[in-house]
Design a protein around this ligand. Sequence first.
Ligand code: X5A
Ligand code: ZN
Length: 490
Amino acid sequence: MASGTALIYDDEMTSYKLLWDDPECDIEVPERLLSSYEQLKHYHLVERCIHVPVREGTEEEIMLVHSSEYLEVVKSTQTMNEEELQRVSENYDAVYFHPNTYRCAKLAVGATLQLVDSVMSGKVRNGMALVRPPGHHSQRNAANGFCVFNNVAIAAQYAKRRYGLQRILIVDWDVHHGQGIQYVFEEDPSVLYYSWHRYEHQQFWPLLRESDYDAVGQGKGKGFNLNVPWNKVGMGNSDYLAAFFHVLLPVAFEFVPELILVSSGYDSGIGDPEGQMNATPECFAHLTHFLMQLANGRLCAVLEGGYHLKSLSESVCMTVKTLLRDPLPQISGEMAPCLSAIESIQNVRGAHKPYWKCLMYEGNCSSDAERNNFFCAVLGFILPVAYSYQPDLVIIVIGPNRSLGVNGISLLTCLLQGLAESQILVVIQVRSEIKLVQSVAKALSGVSTPDFGAYAPASQENVLEIKRLRDQLQQEWKMLRCSGNTHIEN
Ligand code: X5A
Ligand code: ZN
């Protein structure tokens, strides 16, 4: 298994900026990249990463997502004067062009593809690209929301083509809905798109009906578009973790992605003027850690938004530190998702029940309930209780009469390493199980992530028992809450 973390950055992507007055666009500044990179240097993270150079994305690559007509429009802005630039910008929603925008947008695409190549070739295990302009709002024929070319969508198409991938997971934790990515893959079951976003019942930009939880994908792509709309501001660590435990992670483990692309926007973090959310930088370490357990650790994080320079740069550092496999910081605050978050989570689980076995067992026993597996117990019960409790030490005890297989134990070990600042002990009370010992040792050292191809499914009885326990214990262990069925205080 590959090791090492790529970092892709080039200060040429700071060479464009807003030239006129526009209060909607003036938060998207070159300092976003500069301060993130400075902070990475400050924590000595740059020197621990493998530096990969940027390149320009080619026209052919850009046209994996965009039309040639649109490409020509963007190209034509290179030689425009300020007045002309302003006129082109007005054709789009929340966009500004500068003579260097085209060059930087090509570099942002190329940087993202360099990252995909580094990970897919095995040169590194994972990595992050710090790019401007961001990408997730841009569309086949349109720039939108500071975005020119859709870096991550292009990367997914490119990875499918070049490496023949059949399942790619895109996690968009930016606070805005990446509608551009949704549009590209709406009918495509080979790309699972997950986005949470400030929504406020469609009162928040980009004000789209199709950002709601009931946009599940279309045609063959039904079930492969997951929207978690936040209807209140102030969502924090526990709300984000609850969305991971109860929506993204169960579906992602069932999907079995071969590559993860993160639309890594940090305007969902505390202090951001756009998001008005409360998640601390540590939260992004935990989100990153969970995703690292999928796709054999093949994870590419690509910068999107993030407008509070301090919050942005600290969160970028947390992400890179976690990719480098440093111990995770404790997550702060009371671990209890708010009612509005629980409601959103319940809605998206309900909308996706027909498409994912891990969500089906909530309903009456369908024939598929029996095929429910280990992940529902780990994600739907063990992790939420553990995160509610916030231990200072984790001890895993493995006895002789267990029903869990080697892979299951290893995955559990990996996932629990996010707790107690990664202070974890595994006690194995059985002799002569060399394979188990080896696998757990690998999990602890981070040499490999367990291959989850062969987990034994839990019995229907166990699945129902887990649900019963969850209902019974959620007053005390609030991270267990994922539906409003039971009475909730606070
Ligand atoms: C990439 C990103 C936000 C645009 C907000 C416009 N764009 N009001 O965060
Ligand atoms: Zn954003």
